[in-house]
Each structure stands twice: as C-alpha cells, then as structure tokens.
Design a protein around this ligand. Structure first.
Ligand SMILES: [Zn+2]
Length: 469
C-alpha cells in the first residue's frame, strides 16, 4: 500500500471503531483537538513507553530516570526563557476576524503554489512582508488584509491556591526538560553519577497551539520522552555525544518500534530556525502521508539552562570533576521524542490493506497493521474453535489464564474463525492461538497463526510463549 493512500480518515476511523483513540469529551460535542486513549490505545502507548524506558534507562549505564511535577514554581519558566520567548506569531484578518498563525499561513501558501521557502527561518517582520508582497489570502474569506503580527505565549496559565492574582499564577509545563534541569544537583548528588550522564523523563506537556491538527500529530496536551544528557564543557566531547545520540536514535526507532527506515531522515536545522535555547539541532523526520514532518529531535542546548537556573535561583549548578578537580557547568545534549507522535507514526507506518485469497479461493481485502510485536496492544488471541465444546473451552481458558500473567491476551469465542482472524488483524494482534478438536485429543497442541504471513502451524502449548521472545 502506498503511503499517500493511507489517509488520515482511514486511520482515525479505525482508531475510533476498534477502541484505540476516541475524540475527547465526545458526548458533549467534544473539545477541539483533545483525544482519549481507549483500551487498545492505552496498551499501545504504554508499550512504546516501556520499550523506550527499557532501552534508555534500564539498559543504559549512563542514564537514570525522573518523574517531576507538571506544575512548577513560576520562576522556572522565567529562568528558562519561556515567559518571554515561547511565542507564536499571530495575525488577525481585518475583514472576517479569523485568527491565524502567520508562519502556517505562509507555509500553506508556499506548499499550494509549489514555492520553496524555509518558513521556520523567517523573522516576524519577514513573515509580515512576505504576506503583503505575495498578497496571501485569508483562508476564511479570501481577502488579504491582516493586522500586524502579535506574539502569543503558548504556555497554559492557571492559578495555584484560592486567590486568582499574579502571585499565584502558575503554568502547565510546556516541556519536561526543565523538571530535569532543576533537579540536576539532586540527582547528581544522590546517585553519585559522574559526568557524562543523562536524566530521562516521560510525561505530559502542554502547549496552547493556535493551529493544532492532523489527529494526534499536533495536540495541545501531549506526552514527551526526553533525556537531558550532561557532558563536559568541551566542544570535542559534546560533539561526540551529539553524534553518538544521533546514531543511537536512528537505530532504536527502527529496531524497537519497527518503523520503516526508508521513511525516516535526519535534517539539520538552519541556524535561523533554531529554538532560542539551542545551538545545534537535528530533526528526525518521518514521511507522513502529508509530507516530511518532525518526529524527534536531538538538540545541543549548551549550558544555557543550568546557567540560567544558577543565575535565577542563586544555587550553584557547577559540577566538580573528581579526577581533575575542575569545576564547571555541564553542557547538555537533548534527545527528545514526542510519545504521542510516535504512537501515530507507528500506526501510519504499519497500516496496510492487503488482498489475499481466502479458503474458498476468492479474492478478499483485509486491513492489517504489520506492527512490531513489542508494541502491538494484544500479543495473543486465544480462540476456541467451537464455543460449545466444553473441552475446547477448558483448554482455551487454561491457556488464557497462564499466558495473560506475562502478556496481554484476548479471549474471543464469538463468530466464525475466519471473521475472528480478520478482527485480530485489524487490531494488529501478532499471533492467534486456536484450540480445536485435535487439542482435545492430545491435550498438548494448538495452532498458531502469524498475522503477517497468515500461515498456520501446529505447535505444543508449552511453545506458545517462545513466540514473544
Ligand atoms: Zn478573513
């Protein structure tokens, strides 16, 4: 199946109908751009998290984990620069009053008119001038008459405590990274880690985006998987780590999540499009049906964040090298993944509609996702061939009981076996275990059906678990 045939409508509809993802607050007409993970979605998301944590925390001798609070002291965001710098360029249409993001307006226009243009590298003045020069129309009314660009801070603001005054104003964190930076000293002291070492965190972040969209791709409430990797304040060293992380990340995506290598690429940021805290950034981009978009990045954040926190908090953020006695503020390389995007990417990448010949030698089409077995929500479907056969049910229930201690399984005794297989294909289950007449005779064998090849084999019950190893 071609990438451009995998429309978002197909993915959204499958997600909704099979219990992966629902529209948020649906019975009240929904809330724009919010999504809830259903029974299968939550399994899949947890599996991506688990695979990441295992690879980057459990199996990595340099890294340790952290889970910091979402609501932090307001000063954190003053120090990090988000209060002043974390803005979207907004313009209003004077004619129909519709609000737009200036950069997105230019980007969409360039795409439509096949003009090459690096929008992320343009300043607000350049964006304004470009919109005027090209007479870019308002998507709402078609006129080209806009207000000047205003900066809109993307952090969600709320109040802690009972009084709503500026003293109690707090933000929902726009990135998990700052929770790591403010705990740098705590972690270093209590773990006795030596530089280089990393602190990893998975958690929710919030950005009040003006133009979210494309299902899970750009959402206001999302989850990140981030590592702040602290290294020596020596250019040769952090360059080495930057390169090292780039290679690790490329390899891991393919290996652990099973994403097609041909649809991934690294793109180095133009110096002008760098975030205010970064000196060097690589984006890992994936070829979505709507084009290449960022999935993950690796940024060199210098010693900016720790220096800022040292300045604003008055606490010493320096590290002393136990060998040389040198004191310095470590530099930081940040590999950062969007968990929400990773889930969407895995879905799009694996989604397929395939023709095959059924048992009656007829052509049929099946929807299937060739997911890596590690992230498939359900690993084994246990299917007694005949629901009314007591022996079959007894064996099937015993298998479910034993296997489900280690793996997420589904027990399904409803309908014709072919239909049950199709349903498991649709929810991406890698293995179907069928208990049949022969199982009742020998009490030790079942058939196992492979999702991708659709091949069936007779195996011993004791061998089933090996298929997940
Ligand atoms: Zn308008």
């Amino acid at each position: 199946m071609n990438q451009n045939e995998k429309t978002m409508e197909k993915i959204v509809s499958l997600c909704k109908n099979r219990g992966f993802i629902y529209a948020g607050s649906e019975i009240y007409g929904g809330l724009a751009n919010s999504w809830d993970y259903g029974p299968l979605g939550v399994e899949m998301k947890n599996n991506v998290k688990k695979a990441w944590w295992k690879k980057f925390v459990q199996e990595n001798k340099y890294n340790v984990g952290l889970d910091s609070a979402i609501i932090m002291n307001r000063e954190v965001w003053v120090a990090s620069g988000h209060v002043v710098n974390f803005n979207d360029p907004l313009i209003d249409c004077k004619s129909c009053k519709m609000r737009h993001r200036a950069d997105k307006l230019v980007e969409a226009w360039c795409e439509e008119n096949k003009v090459e243009c690096n929008v992320e590298a343009m300043t607000n003045d350049q964006l304004s001038a470009y919109i005027q020069e090209k007479k870019i129309p308002c998507p709402g009314c078609g006129k080209s008459d806009f207000t000047p660009i205003r900066k809109f801070n993307m952090m969600f603001k709320t109040f802690q405590g009972v009084t709503e005054d500026s003293q109690n104003e707090v933000y929902l964190r726009p990135e998990t990274a700052q929770g790591i930076f403010v705990n740098f000293k705590n972690v270093q002291r209590t773990t006795r880690k030596k530089v280089p070492f990393g602190i990893a965190q998975i958690g929710k972040s919030f950005r009040n985006e003006i133009t979210p969209g494309n299902f899970l791709f750009r959402v206001r409430e999302f989850e990140q998987m981030e590592i702040e990797f602290f290294c020596e304040n020596d250019e040769k060293k952090w360059l080495e780590w930057l390169q090292n992380w780039k290679e690790t990340c490329e390899e891991r995506w393919i290996e652990k999540i099973g994403i097609n290598k041909d649809k991934l690429r690294f793109r180095e940021h133009d110096p002008k499009e760098l975030a205010f805290y970064s000196k060097w950034t690589w984006d890992v981009e994936y070829l979505f049906p709507w084009g290449w978009w960022e999935l993950q990045w690796i940024a060199y954040r210098t010693d900016y964040d720790l220096q800022q926190h040292m300045k604003f908090s008055g606490r010493d953020m320096q590290y002393t090298d136990p060998m040389t006695g040198a004191r310095y503020v470590p530099h930081c390389v940040e590999p950062s993944w969007g968990l929400t995007r990773a889930v969407l990417t895995a879905m799009i990448d694996a989604y397929d509609e395939e023709e095959y010949i059924n048992g009656n030698w007829e052509k049929e089409t099946r929807t299937v996702a060739h997911f890596h077995k590690n992230i498939a929500p359900i690993k084994f479907a246990i299917l007694p061939l005949v629901k009314k056969d007591e022996k079959q049910v007894e064996i099937a229930e015993k298998i479910f009981h034993d296997l489900s201690k280690d793996y997420f399984c589904e027990y399904d005794d409803n309908g014709a076996i072919g239909k049950r297989y199709r349903r498991q294909d649709e929810i991406w289950t890698p293995f179907c275990i069928t208990v049949d007449q022969q199982s009742c005779e020998d009490w030790e064998t079942v058939t196992i059906r492979d999702r991708d090849s659709m091949e069936q084999k007779r195996i011993k019950i004791s061998e089933i678990a090996n298929y997940m190893k």
